[in-house]
Design a protein around this ligand. Structure first.
Ligand code: SR1
Ligand code: MG
Length: 411
């Protein structure tokens, strides 16, 4: 399908804002700040009072690949829908959406350019602040509100129908949940992990678990997801002395397995830990995974008494959360692996002076998370797994004692 619409250049953004009834005739400065793989983003600033907004437009192709990789711009509608759903239940966690122009696939949004992308902060040795807690609360509120617990049966069917996002889902099905385990032109890797690439392709047990995660992604329509919740989809900073966290870019949003959002985030925190460890920075393996899981679980349990269908009893909640936990561990592992041997890599690892050791550790942890996702009992068990697979804690530049005895003494 071809899409006829106006692809905005910087010089046309001020006119677009006026056409959408946003701001008057005053002078506006516009700068392109596109950074992600898919879209164009501009920041428009009024010269008179310095107020600013972001204008984000979906191109009919993948921005970093160009027209050779066509991509439906309707992903912008998925993003707008997701923002509206989150705004109803957790408005402080997402940028304010001022306008969505469905003809031109363009959003006018809160300008986040005073904040920083969490991945960049972590790469420089900064901390998470409240980001992991915010992720847990975000996933709990969005997923509860859009699940069979928060909506009536009829409302859920309507949500399913309006939220299909086939092209973006296909990207994930392929790039995350298939290609890294196949020969594919998209894949690339550092030669120092080539043996692991070959081993993972030949690993039939791993292949079957990835098939299970892939099918759950395709068929497990539990709740509306962000769909691409990595540390590059989170902005952090301070405004008026208070911490500000915004989760953005939900264009991959669709109704899928809740563990996918948590798992993507966890995979990226584990990659960040591998980087921190390689640089001798202070880390506690699995700490951010634990923080976001606890925030998610406690918020979901807090909401549970408000469920519309009380046929779902408390014992079922325990079973349901257990499934979310194990799914999330599996998706964390898949995210780690695809970010090292698939199409889209991570600056966390790629910018290390020597990315091999950290990449190997992360790949090993990723495989274990996938294979052991139903038997790892809790975040502490994941912390021990990460330690055992080679990302031991570093405290103030000194290695912690992570022998079995050392771990036991700290517990
Ligand atoms: C072609 S898109 C590649 C990746 O970028 C997005 O951020 C998603 O993570 C996707 O997998
Ligand atoms: Mg993105």
């Amino acid at each position: 399908m071809t899409y006829e619409y106006r692809i905005l250049e910087a010089a046309e953004v001020a006119a677009h804002l006026r056409e959408r009834g946003y701001w008057g005739t005053g002078a506006v400065d516009v700068a392109e700040v596109s950074d992600g793989n898919l879209n164009r983003v501009f920041v428009a600033t009024r010269r008179d009072d310095g107020r600013s907004v972001a204008v984000k437009q979906a191109l009919p192709w993948v921005r970093v690949a160009g027209p050779s990789w066509p991509m439906s711009p309707t992903r912008a509608a998925a993003e707008a829908r997701a923002y509206r759903r989150v705004t109803a239940v957790a408005p402080e966690t997402v940028p304010a959406l001022h306008d969505y122009d469905a003809q031109n696939f363009a959003l006018i949004m809160e300008d986040l350019s005073d904040l920083r992308v969490l991945r960049g902060v972590l790469n420089e040795g900064g901390g998470y602040g409240g980001a992991s807690t915010a992720v847990g609360v975000f996933v709990a509120r969005l997923s509860f509100a859009t699940s069979d617990f928060g909506l009536s049966s009829a409302e859920r069917k309507a949500l399913l129908a309006e939220s299909v996002n086939p092209e973006l889902c296909k990207i994930t099905e392929d790039l995350v949940l298939a290609e890294p385990y196949l020969e594919h032109e998209h894949n690339h890797w550092h030669e120092g992990v080539a043996d692991l690439v070959a081993a993972y392709r030949a690993d039939t047990a791993l292949r079957t678990e990835i098939a299970d995660l892939r099918h759950t992604f395709m068929a497990g329509a539990q709740a509306l997801l962000h769909g691409d919740l990595h540390t590059g989809s989170i902005m952090v900073g301070v405004r008026d002395g208070a911490e500000v966290i915004r989760i953005f870019d939900p264009e991959f949003s669709f109704v899928g397995p809740i563990g996918f959002d948590l798992g993507l985030y966890w995979g990226n925190t584990i990659a960040a830990e591998a980087r921190a460890h390689a640089l001798g920075r202070s880390i506690e393996p699995g700490a951010e995974l634990a923080r976001s899981w606890h925030a998610f679980e406690s918020e979901f349990r807090r909401l549970w008494p408000d469920r519309l269908d009380t046929f779902f009893d408390d014992a079922y909640l325990d079973r349901f959360l257990r499934r979310v936990w194990s799914d999330a561990l599996g998706y964390a592992g898949a995210e780690i692996i695809r970010r090292i041997i698939g199409f889209a890599h991570l600056s966390d690892l790629d910018t290390l002076p020597d990315p091999v050791a950290a990449s190997r550790r992360a790949l090993t942890a990723g495989r274990e998370l996938i294979l052991r996702r139903t038997t790892l009992a809790d975040p502490e068990a994941v912390g021990e797994l990460l330690t055992a697979t080679g990302t031991p804690a570093v405290i103030a530049g000194r290695r912690q004692d992570n022998s079995v005895e050392g771990v036991r003494q700290r517990r």
